[in-house]
Design a protein around this ligand. Structure first.
Ligand SMILES: NC(=O)C1=CN([C@@H]2O[C@H](COP(=O)(O)OP(=O)(O)OC[C@H]3O[C@@H](n4cnc5c(N)ncnc54)[C@H](OP(=O)(O)O)[C@@H]3O)[C@@H](O)[C@H]2O)C=CC1
Ligand SMILES: O=CCCC(=O)O
Length: 294
C-alpha cells in the first residue's frame, strides 16, 4: 500500500517510520524539510508540497500541530484541495476540534474525495511501538480500506460514526488527562511541602485505585525536574482550550478543566510550551512557598 504522510513532528515521524518498517511505500512532506532526512534514509520519498503528495498517493495521512496548521495544509497554496479528486482519500490524525474537521471534510467531499478524521490517544513511545489508540470517524468505507495502516500504527481502532465524533472523543480524553496532570502536580508539591518523600507518594499511588500509566511514566522524571517533550505542553493547552469550547457549546460546566487550562497557560507564559506537558508541575513549584505561620 502506498501512502502519503504530512507532518513529521514527534508523532508523525514515529508513525511514518512504523509504516515504512512494515513495508508501506511512504511519501512524506514536512514544512521544515530537514525533518524528512531520517525518513528518507529508511526508504521514504519526499514531496515538495502537500498537493504533490496527494497527486502521487491514493491515501494521504496528516499529523499536524493544531487547527490552523490542519486548515492551512488543506486550503492553502499547494494544499490538499489542489489535487484531491474522486479516488483520492485524506485521513487527518491531528488533534483538532469538530468544526475544523467538518470544514475539511466538506471541502474534500465537494471535490469527490473521501475523508476520515482519526486522532489518536497515546504519545511518543506508543507511536514508536505502534501502540496508539485510533479514534476514527467519517467515511466508513475509507476506514475499512485504511485498517492495514491503522493496524501498524495502533493497537486498537474505534470507528465512531460521523465526522466530529473522533475529534470530540479525543478532546474529552485529553481534557481528563490535563486535569489529572494538574492534580498530580499539586499532589507531588503538597507531599514535598508536608515533609513527605514524593517518590514514596508515587509508590503509594501505584498500588491503589488511581494507579495509571501516566503517573508511573511521568512521576519519576517530574520529581527530577526533567520534562523532555513527548507531548508538548503547548499542544495540551490547545486541547484544553478546544475541550472548554466544546463545553461552552454543550453548556457543560467544567471548573476543574478551566483551572487546569489556566495552569497550562501560565506554564506557556513561563516559556515552558515546548517542554512536555508534565512541566506544568514547575508552575505549581514556582508558586511561593507559604511561611510556616500562615
Ligand atoms: N506528542 C504527543 O504525545 C501527541 C500529540 N498528538 C497530536 O498530534 C499532533 C502532532 O503532535 P506532535 O507530533 O507532538 O507535534 P510537533 O509539534 O512535534 O509537530 C507538529 C507538526 O505540525 C507541523 N506544522 C505546524 N504548523 C504548521 C503549519 N502552519 N503548516 C504546516 N505544518 C505545520 C510541524 O511542522 P514543522 O516541523 O515545520 O514545525 C510538525 O510537523 C497535534 O495535534 C497533537 O496534539 C496526539 C497524541 C499524542
Ligand atoms: O494527545 C496526546 C495524548 C498523550 C497520551 O495519550 O499520552
Amino acid at each position: 500500500m502506498e501512502v502519503g504522510f504530512l507532518g513529521l513532528g514527534i508523532m508523525g515521524k514515529a508513525m511514518s517510520m512504523n509504516l515504512l518498517r512494515h513495508g508501506f511505500k511512504v511519501t512524506v512532506w514536512n514544512r521544515t524539510l530537514s525533518k524528512s532526512h531520517e525518513l528518507v534514509e529508511h526508504g521514504a520519498s519526499v514531496a515538495e508540497t502537500p498537493a504533490e503528495v496527494v497527486r502521487k498517493c491514493k491515501y494521504t495521512i496528516a499529523m499536524l500541530s493544531d487547527p490552523s496548521a490542519a486548515l492551512s495544509v488543506v486550503f492553502g497554496k499547494d494544499g490538499i484541495l489542489e489535487q484531491i479528486c474522486a479516488g483520492k482519500s485524506y485521513v487527518d490524525m491531528s488533534t483538532v476540534d469538530a468544526d475544523t474537521s467538518s470544514k475539511i471534510s466538506e471541502a474534500i467531499k465537494e471535490r469527490g474525495g473521501y475523508f476520515l478524521e482519526a486522532p489518536v490517544s497515546g504519545s511518543k513511545k506508543p507511536a514508536e511501538d505502534g501502540q496508539l489508540v485510533i479514534l476514527a470517524a467519517g467515511e466508513k468505507a475509507l476506514y475499512e480500506e485504511v485498517i492495514p495502516a491503522f493496524n501498524v500504527m495502533g493497537k486498537k481502532s474505534f470507528y465512531l460514526g460521523q465526522v466530529g465524533n473522533g475529534a470530540k472523543m479525543k478532546l474529552v480524553v485529553n481534557m481528563i488527562m490535563g486535569s489529572m496532570m494538574n492534580a498530580f502536580s499539586e499532589g507531588l508539591v503538597l507531599a514535598g511541602r508536608s515533609g513527605l518523600e514524593p517518590s514514596v507518594l508515587l509508590d503509594v499511588l501505584d498500588l491503589g485505585g488511581i494507579a495509571n500509566p501516566m503517573f508511573r511514566l511521568k512521576g519519576p522524571t517530574m520529581i527530577q525536574g526533567s520534562h523532555s517533550p513527548a507531548f508538548p505542553l503547548k499542544h495540551q493547552q490547545k486541547d484544553m482550550r478546544l475541550a472548554l469550547a466544546l463545553g461552552d457549546e454543550t453548556a457543560t460546566s467544567m471548573p476543574v478543566a478551566a483551572a487546569a487550562n489556566e495552569a497550562f497557560k501560565k506554564a506557556r507564559s513561563m516559556g515552558l510550551g515546548d517542554l512536555d506537558f508534565s512541566a506544568v508541575y514547575e508552575t505549581v513549584k514556582a508558586l511561593e512557598e507559604p511561611s510556616r505561620n500562615s
